[in-house]
Design a protein around this ligand. Structure first.
Ligand code: ADP
Length: 501
């Protein structure tokens, strides 16, 4: 059985063909704690295209064996992996907080999501339902089955470093595919932890491989490799488009999960205290670094002033600090680039005509926090829907309050961005809630809850530039990781011509 990449080693390795292998490049990327960059978590491979080629070749061979393992047997291994994840949950959550920065409660939630996904999808091993239907000719049978695809390249971001890899790895495996995963440069350890749980549970050598490294090198080589049949990507819209174009050039199946600019609508009849909790959680949870983060709050003008003052008051009191400290409300952002990008947007917001800066927006330079990437949660109000801070994905602790006249106006603002991931409404009026549900152009919608909080057994994904039409989660994810085969059995004993006889 494969040993997890030993933490006593100063340098982690790639996992290829059931072994931990030194990258052929000989280069490494340091993984440091974003709450205190003096802490080195480990060095992870900066692999090259030879490492990718080796992993894909091994996966292509392993696929031929794995696809023949009956799906219920494959699922038994996944159930076991779920049990291992439960046993190691606390250790994995702490590792995640150290490498990614999110507060411990959220890191535990991230590991829990991987557990939930593993159990849910393992159940599919005894379903993977196809269907039968009636043929148009007599004495002829018609049915459809799901078939595995081949080698799947999975490219993941840093904000949900275990949950997102699990959304992809586990369904890919239950469907009978082989996997090569490239984790994000900033958070490889959580993917290593997930993969070690799966291999300890008995996933055979070669079926699941990790090649760590940079997107432009490892990611690109994976997407271009001729033996990769499917690419599943989560990350920015800019990179997703590059990946999509590259897949089109080589006829690969491609699933893209990209940006968001999500909104909470607050009507004048809403429970404002409840809405406030939703905005704080949606806007500043994970330090605003979720693709479903509530970065826009659209408030009925009758209550906008009152709500802005409630929000500002609470945002000022959020406690910044390392995620391992149980008293911390908001952890650091992920890296120096994220600091610069967030501060740049705050500057753009300040310069934009009418927007009013209510609080936050500075990098914290005092005490030990100066060793981390901490930014005070920022609240802008009187923001116009077309301003850049209300249109572009910031991915940091910045919330824009936009006034609206009524529900129709609020819906127009929600839909007036290029993304379509998540939206929510706070109202006591059922009629308005249902109308909003119908009119909002997003893949996820909440009533009297924040824009975050997806559950694994429902489809996850968005419209417009958020994705390319696929859904992860739910049984819908099986449509990404399996191909339909239509089967006709003619037992008439004679030639029967469809559409002619
Ligand atoms: P984020 O900053 O949210 O992680 P990115 O889109 O930059 O979003 O990165 C998402 C994932 O895509 C990461 O694993 C990254 O290494 C990878 N990536 C970046 N550039 C490329 C590329 N050109 N081809 C394939 N993968 C890439």
């Amino acid at each position: 059985m494969a040993k997890p990449a030993a933490k006593v080693r100063p340098e982690y390795r790639n996992y290829i063909g059931g072994e931990w292998i030194v990258p052929q490049s000989g280069n490494y990327i340091e993984n440091r704690n974003p709450a205190d960059t003096r802490e080195l978590i480990g060095s992870f491979p900066a692999s090259n295209s030879s490492d990718v080629d080796r992993a894909v070749q091994v996966a292509a061979e392993a696929f031929q064996r794995w696809r023949k393992v009956p799906a219920p047997r494959r699922a038994e291994i996944l159930f076991k992996a779920g049990e291992i994840l439960i046993q190691r949950k606390e250790e994995f959550a702490r590792d995640m907080t150290r490498e990614m920065g999110k507060v411990l409660a959220e890191a535990r939630g991230d590991v829990q999501e991987a557990i939930d996904m593993t159990y849910f999808i393992a159940g599919e091993g005894r379903r993977l339902h196809g269907f039968t239907t009636k043929a148009e000719l007599p004495n002829k049978y018609a049915m459809c089955t799901r078939e595995p695809i081949g080698v799947c390249a999975l490219i993941t971001p840093w904000n949900f470093p275990m949950a997102i890899p699990s959304w992809k790895i586990v369904p890919a495996l239950v469907c009978g595919n082989a996997v090569v995963i490239k984790p994000a440069e900033d958070t490889p350890l959580s993917t290593y932890n997930l993969v070690s749980a799966l291999t300890d549970a008995g996933i055979p050598p070669g079926v699941l491989n990790i090649v760590a490294g940079r997107g432009e090198e490892v990611g690109k080589a994976l997407v271009e490799h001729p033996k990769v049949r499917l690419v599943s990507f989560t990350g920015s819209t800019e990179v997703g488009r590059i990946v999509g174009q590259s897949c089109a050039a080589t006829d690969k199946i491609c699933s893209l999960e990209m940006g968001g600019k999500n909104a909470i609508m607050i009507m004048e009849d809403a429970d404002l205290d409840l809405a406030l909790e939703g905005v704080l959680w949606g806007g500043f949870g994970t330090t605003g670094q979720r693709c479903t983060a509530a970065s826009r709050v659209i408030v009925h003008r009758k209550v906008a002033k009152k709500f802005t003052s409630m929000l500002t008051d609470r945002a000022k009191r959020l406690r910044l600090g390392p995620g391992l400290n149980e008293k911390t409300d908001v952890g650091p952002v992920i890296n120096q680039d994220a600091v610069e990008k967030t501060l740049e947007y705050i500057e753009i917001g300040r310069r934009e005509d009418k927007a009013k800066m209510n609080c936050g927006g500075h990098r914290v330079e005092k005490g030990d926090l100066k060793y981390g990437y901490f930014i005070e949660p920022a609240v802008f109000s009187e923001v116009e829907p077309q301003m850049r801070i209300a249109q572009e994905e910031i991915f940091g602790p910045v919330v824009s309050v936009i006034d609206c006249r009524d529900l129709d106006h609020a819906i127009e603002i929600v839909n007036g961005v290029k993304y379509g991931l998540s939206a929510s409404i706070y109202t006591r009026d059922t009629n308005r809630a249902f109308r909003a549900m119908e009119e909002v152009q997003t893949g996820i919608f909440y009533v009297n809850a924040s824009t975050i909080g997806a559950e694994v057994h429902l489809p996850f994904g968005g419209t417009k530039s958020t994705g390319n039409g696929h859904r992860e989660g739910g049984t819908q994810v099986l449509d990404i990781f399996s191909e339909w085969k239509a089967v006709y059995v003619d037992y008439s004993g004679k030639l029967q011509r469809a559409q002619i006889d």
